[in-house]
Write a protein that binds this ligand. Structure first.
Ligand SMILES: CC(C)(COP(=O)(O)OP(=O)(O)OC[C@H]1O[C@@H](n2cnc3c(N)ncnc32)[C@H](O)[C@@H]1OP(=O)(O)O)[C@@H](O)C(=O)NCCC(=O)NCCS
Length: 380
């Protein structure tokens, strides 16, 4: 077969592209929510058979920001990479992925975040594991025992008018942690609610449902953000615990999260997936994020054919092409992405033979990328 033609999707490709993606993924493809439409710019790329113009593959990348070390780094959330069953295993997926990464970089993104169904395909394209997404089943009656706030907010369904306030809430939360994406107003078939106190939006959550043998359905929490701990707990207690219709809630419960500390007992995760990160533009990704305060480091990063000098001071980095005097580390692009995410500990990577460098360089890298575990809350 001649090489596939790679191009941006056109409006007339929509039905064919959706059928292709729908056939590749067993899950129900997301539909736009009824009251709050998506606001982000989306890049859709396709691979076409040059012989007959048939679509062979499609991908979707939402332009957004991702928060690292308190700063917003331009990124894309990649989803729906699908090659037609009849065209797999001959390089179409790789070609479309490279084309999508190029288009994302041309649009200003320096990172890509994705939830893989096949790690190897993305690892070969330079992406590394960034964290786990552990979903826990929580009994609704346990949520009902959470403390009732002194000043209970008023709840209502979110509307398009709430988008700026919710985006600001998400950004304030994101600046305290790692891996969070900008607010995306479209949440598929989930219903969105806001909590309001004194006419100010102080909380937001997006709740879906799935079939269950216990109760009428299980509530799934797509995302939940409160301006303060009392509001966050109130959302779990008053909206998520949809008792008695639902007996269970499925939600991500990151280690050290507020809810984890308030639940009376620990359970095993019912789903445990990983998510991946790719550095589309290494110097921009390194220079765009924040670093721990008070750390001063000069380091040479040798990433295969590219060598970068990293100079970190005052929580930010200057990055230049080429080596500099001082500590030097050598590692692959996918492993650098995992280190960037704080998922791969440089010392363990050194021990495992994934990273070469002297002790001082490894320690510096460890200090630079230490931080809260990166959480990718929303599936996409
Ligand atoms: C995953 C998918 C996109 C790969 O597309 P493809 O055209 O078959 O992949 P390519 O032929 O371009 O393969 C590129 C490289 O990835 C590797 N690869 C592809 N699929 C793989 C898999 N499932 N497991 C391990 N490696 C895989 C190939 O071996 C190849 O490596 P090589 O160049 O060293 O030989 C395709 O199988 C697909 O659409 N699957 C269903 C939907 C899906 O899972 N998408 C990913 C969602 S996150």
């Amino acid at each position: 077969m001649a090489a596939a033609v790679l191009r941006a999707a056109r409006p007339e490709d929509r039905d064919e592209a959706e059928a292709l993606a729908g056939a590749a993924f067993s899950a129900d493809p997301p539909r736009p929510g009824p009251e709050v439409a998506g606001t982000s710019e989306v890049l859709r790329r396709v691979a076409e058979d040059p012989a007959d113009g048939r679509l062979l593959a499609t991908s979707t990348a939402r332009l957004c920001g991702q928060w690292w070390g308190g700063r917003r780094v331009p990124a894309v959330a990649l989803g729906g990479v699908a090659v037609d069953l009849t065209a797999r295993g001959r390089g179409v997926g790789r070609a479309l992925l490279t084309d999508t990464f190029d288009a994302a970089q041309a649009a200003g993104a320096s990172l890509v975040a994705l939830i893989p169904s096949t790690h190897e395909f993305y690892r070969k394209a330079g992406c590394g594991i960034a964290g786990r997404r552990s979903v826990y089943a929580i009994d609704t009656h346990e949520l009902r025992t959470l403390p009732r706030p002194a000043d209970t907010p008023v709840y209502r369904r979110a509307t398009s008018d709430d988008v700026p306030a919710v985006a600001a809430l998400v950004a304030a939360h994101a600046a305290r942690t790692n891996g969070v994406l900008d607010h995306d107003a479209s949440t598929g078939s989930a219903v969105q609610y806001v909590a309001v106190r004194d006419d100010v939006v102080v909380g937001w959550c997006a709740l879906g449902r799935r079939a269950s043998e216990r109760g009428n359905y299980t509530v799934t929490v797509l995302d939940l953000v409160g301006a303060d701990p009392a509001t966050e707990l109130a959302l779990w207690r008053d909206l998520v615990a949809d008792e008695p219709s639902a007996r269970q809630v499925h939600a991500l419960l990151p280690a050290g999260s507020l809810l984890e500390n308030h639940l009376p007992r620990q359970t095993e995760p019912v789903e445990d997936a990983t998510w991946m990160l790719g550095l589309l533009d290494v110097p921009a990704a390194l220079a765009g994020r924040g670093y721990p305060r008070g750390v001063r480091t000069r380091l040479t990063l040798d990433v295969g054919s590219d060598v970068w000098s990293l100079d970190v001071a005052d929580s930010s980095a200057r990055v230049a092409a080429g080596a500099q005097a001082g500590p030097r580390v050598r590692l692959g692009l996918a492993d650098l992405a995992s280190v960037y995410a704080g998922h791969l500990d440089p010392l363990s990577a050194h021990h495992a033979g994934l990273l070469e460098g002297d002790e001082a360089a490894v320690e510096s890298l460890r200090t630079l990328f230490a931080g809260p575990p990166a959480v990718l809350a929303r599936p996409f």
